[in-house]
Design a protein around this ligand. Structure first.
Ligand code: UT7
Length: 343
């Protein structure tokens, strides 16, 4: 049997404060009806003043480590790598992962951030899994965490309707290719010609290389919704098909597709492209919105907590986001000790 990275822990965290569609409609020219019918979202969680991405990452990471302890009966001190997917780091520099690792008491482990917006978790998973199979790491904590509420334009009804804050995490250990939980393959890609479709223009070296402050509003996140919608459907469908071919599964053999929770219409369109039945598609965006890098692990956590995702299920993960970027991963779902969900 060849060495593989095996998923053995799962956790997630959401900030306490819930913003309903009605609350948004009281502030902006929108309605519960528009948001529900155009996106499938009913509410989202947002951080409190002073709360940041690292706080959510630490909470989700702690839960995933506890889950791994319960599952494998092994202490955390085996963890030698932390990979944090985020596009809303606590600061532009240094990375947020070392602070998260320190606060989790993981000592001097290797730690770094991965930036691939909504595809971040799949990229981080592929990076950590590859480091485990290459023998560079033995046990990794992989976290997806974002607080997009901190970079949204308060007056932008579209992005404020969609995005929510959160964090999700998994633990990977070294194991063997045939085990449940072993990551079976990845498909990753990008298309930088779409850089401007999902972006924060200011705050980076390009804007800062010109003396003077950023133009008004350029520090906010912007998204060109319609082309992004089209590409999300196309790229997640194509990436999923590529990976299924590589892994040797037909779409009918997949029990659950856990796609990036961007919009229920996108999930349904991907399902149509792939020929999936509704029961194969996992959706939790009605309760959390689009949580960017946290989206896929939070959907996994909710699907496990709700009994929808069971040990032995063939699972396809697929994401799409800024960059543009996309990525998919496949595994057979393992038996996990997940404890009580953290909200
Ligand atoms: O997570 C990373 C990837 N992101 C995504 O995958 C998001 C992809 N895009 C989408 O999900 C959808 O494009 C949106 C939800 C962002 C927008 O939905 P849409 O059906 O594509 O709407 P649209 O942008 O074509 O706008 C239709 C109308 C416009 O009004 P007019 O020009 O027809 O008068 C918008 O101004 O809906 C209006 N609109 C809203 N109305 C009420 C946009 N946002 C809102 C809103 N409430 N919140």
């Amino acid at each position: 049997m060849s060495r593989a990275a095996v998923l053995c822990g799962l956790g997630g965290a959401l900030p306490e404060r819930i913003v309903s569609n009605e609350e948004l409609a009281a502030q902006l020219d929108t309605s519960d009806r528009w948001i529900r019918t155009r996106t499938g979202i009913g509410q989202r969680h947002v951080v409190a003043p002073g709360q940041s991405t690292s706080d959510l990452a630490v909470a989700a990471g702690a839960q995933a480590l506890a889950s791994a302890r319960g599952t494998a009966g092994q202490p955390d001190d085996g963890v030698d790598l932390v990979v944090l997917a985020t596009s809303t780091p606590d600061r532009p520099c240094p990375a947020t992962a070392p602070d998260v690792a320190h606060r989790l008491g993981l000592g001097g482990v290797a730690s770094f951030d991965v930036s691939a917006v909504c595809t971040g978790f799949v990229y981080a998973l592929a990076t950590a899994a590859s480091m485990i199979t290459a023998g560079v790491a033995g046990r990794a904590l992989v976290i997806g965490a974002d607080t997009f509420s901190t970079i949204l334009d308060p007056a932008d009804r579209t992005t404020r309707a969609i995005f929510g804050d959160g964090a999700g995490a998994v633990v990977l250990r070294a194991g063997e290719a045939g085990e449940p939980g072993a990551l079976l393959g990845f498909d990753l890609g990008s298309d930088g010609s779409g850089t401007d479709l999902i972006t924060v223009r200011a705050g980076g070296s390009r804007q800062r290389s010109v003396p003077g402050p950023a133009a008004a509003g350029e520090e906010f996140f912007t998204m060109d919704g319609r082309p992004v919608f089209t590409r999300a459907v196309l790229d997640m469908s194509r990436s999923s098909q590529n990976l299924l071919e590589r892994v040797g599964w037909s779409t009918a053999e997949v029990d659950k597709v856990v796609a990036h929770q961007a919009n229920i219409r996108i999930l349904n369109a991907v399902g149509e492209q792939l020929g999936l039945e509704e029961k194969q598609i996992v959706a939790n965006l009605d309760r959390v919105g689009n949580t960017v890098a946290a989206s896929i692990p939070l959907a996994l956590r909710d699907a496990v907590a709700g009994g929808e995702l069971q040990p032995g299920h063939r699972v396809l993960l697929t994401g799409f986001g800024g960059g543009l970027t996309w990525g998919s991963a496949a595994l057979v779902w393992p038996e996990l000790e997940t404890g009580r969900p953290h909200r």
